[in-house]
Ligand binder design. Sequence first.
Ligand code: ADP
Ligand code: MG
Length: 882
Amino acid sequence: MSRDATPLMQQYHEIKARHANAILLFRMGDFYEMFYDDAETAARVLGLTLTSRNNGGAAEVPLAGVPVKAVTEYLRRLVQQGFRVAICEQVEDPRLAKGIVRRAVVETVTPGAVFEDELLDGQRHNFLCALCAAGAMLGIAAADVSTGAFRLALVPIDDAAATLARFGPREVLVARGSTGPHTHGVRLNGVLVTEREEWEFDFALAREELSRRFAVHSLEGLGLAPEADPAIGAAGALLRYLGELQPGGIPHLMPPRLEQGSTVMPLDEMTRRNLELVEPLRGDLGDEGHAGTLLSVLDRTRTAMGARLLREWILAPLRQRDGIDDRLAAVAALVHTPVVCATLRGELQEVRDVERLAGKTAAGRATPRDLRALGDSLARLPRIAQVAREAGAGGLLRTVLDSWDTCDDLVGDLQRHLVERPSATLGDGDVIASGVDVQLDEFRALRDGGRDAIAGIQATERSRTGIASLRVGYNRVFGYYIEVTNANRHLIPPDYQRRQTLTGAERYVTPALKEYEEKVLGATERIETRERELFDALRARIGGQVSRLQHAATRVAILDVVAALADVAAGEGYCRPELVESFDLEIVGGRHPVVERMMPRDRFVPNDVRLSPDARMMIVTGPNMAGKSTILRQVGLIVLMAQMGSFVPATRARIGLVDRVFTRVGASDNLARGQSTFMVEMAETSAILHLATRASLVLLDEIGRGTSTYDGVSIAWAVSEHLHDRLGCKTIFATHYHELTQLADELVALRNYNVAVREVGDTIVFLHRLQAGGADRSYGIEVGRLAGLPAAVIARARAVLRLLEGEQLVAGLAQRPEAGPPPSDRVERSAPVGGAQLGLFTAPDPIVERLCAVDVEQTTPLEAIRILGELSAAARARPVQS
Ligand code: ADP
Ligand code: MG
């Protein structure tokens, strides 16, 4: 800090020193100013003009400012870009200040702690997560300050990335220096990582803090056993951080709920992405749009709470039958009563984001309109319950309705106190209804009386002066005035005092006018004060009931999700899956929920898939574009949908509960990730081999593709053996290496399937039908032809293929060594890739090339004769080959 700094800049430096890691918005009158690096960052990120300010004797200081009125938009952009922003206000009235106005940071907004709806995506939670590792376990605390949601999870480090990805935090707190080994494997791309002191994660401190905060004697009361320590430590650090960000506290944070790792299926990033659960594979840019995802098909929710919950359900399928059946029974109840379902969804449509409104209310941030919206939304609760009961209250519906709180008292309080359409802010029109407060009504009568009297003045003055165009008006600067046009100026009486001159008129006041004005303005001021008092009291009363509001919001959300799932199920012809504890998986007439929506109805070809202990591995072969990936993904999606409690796109589905679904896509099918290295593919495959159990479903799509054919086939071969022999899990392996079909000779529980194509002359037609047996060939050349490769290239490819096939490339592959060297050794010995020997690189025959290039149908007879002449000349000119 410069010694010659002006007092203002000294104050700035003092405050900035305490908020060094945030962009400081420094309130100066009608602007928030940023200085130094902050100014330069803001200029870059927000496109503001960079100016400078003279700092006393010191050098010029870079400066950028935003108007107070527009701050929300700038704040949104800064936070979206992952910046932390500290808002420093003037905390005393500048008119009363002696010297420099006192200033203080009243709030810090960071990507992980945002209240304002304007800054948030209503469709998803905005989680701040804290991570605390202990041994092989990772504790995760996740809080959304806008809704008060507070979750704890305790997971093996191996599952950490999957669990964290499910919360999808915008910001993550970690102990200083722990980003190395502790959070190893957790991908933190695009997320603000905030380092905190290690002691803040202390278990004992955290226990104390949690007990105090949620007023419980022991944390067992919150369902937190000592084993949950890492999660508790994370919660402690998170609470402390929130306390710093919001000196006013977060009164609406719900008691934390510990997620039992065993109840929820962890979905790793690859599976989430490849099955396109909530975001499409292409287009991780831009946060907008989930078109082409499972979420986009299922999201028929009507409320923001419902949309958020649906997203959570999709990302956290259940592992236990009871929970799943509970949800399915509720969906079924609404599927069977379509009219009830439609009515219910109509009612839900009118419900605003009660969860976030409740949070804002408790935090003292709700505007008059927010409170009114809250009241109007709550007012629908009785009707919603009444409608839902007509569905027969199966499963989860019963649980929800049995604990339904209609919040009548709160609705009454809100509706009695607030006018029907309150102004957006206080002091900008009526907020509190009449008849609520005697004092307020009196002030209003005074104000209205004064206004009437003033209106009366216009009439009396017109007749007194004889100026018919005389009028009484009001503006903020001069108050009430009498306006007379210049043409009538000579008629004004002597008691008129001039206040303002306009081009065509003059404005005057009279003592009588001023007297009423004082009455009106005095009353207006008192009305404002009184309204503020009443409003604050109302907001505090309602905010005090935040847990009831959150409870109600949760129930509305569940109804909304269940109704949405029922609506999709009925509209798209889904069936209720039967969940069983056994191993079997049986899908009859299964469809891909997203792909089928991209084509005309009934164009999608349904397929059956059956897996059982003695037929637990499926190899699906077929040419490119046949539909292998689609089959594979549809099985994954159907299982996940079933376990989240949704109906599934099939005519019948019997699903043995799975503990996890793994999906891996070979490197070249995975271009969207931009890192199509074979290494990544192998690392991911290796993770499956370590994590999968017999109860898992493993979906492998073209694994081994990222390397040469021989390596690829060998790896795929070995991976299949391992999955089949050691893990015994359900596996579907899609591959265009038809060589792999020979695996069936070795692996007893492996079945070959192929996706049917029909050869029509030289070309093929995709039937998209799965059938038993391996594809005998790849049809790659036919696909190339369909894709428009030139005829000459196709002909040459056919010739090369014949040569290659003659060499019996994969001879010996099927003879699996009992123990010892992997099959790849044999492959290389028995089938050397000597391209030149196969004639791959001998020069093409110009005569054949020319012949192939002829499009007979487009050739006139005359031209044909000319070409024939050319060719025969060329042939005769050629030396005879030995
Ligand atoms: P592959 O993985 O065998 O190359 P895909 O699964 O990517 O093939 O499918 C290619 C295209 O074929 C899909 O984009 C879709 O348009 C179509 N398709 C796949 N399966 C079906 C089906 N069962 N019914 C209708 N069209 C399908
Ligand atoms: Mg594919």
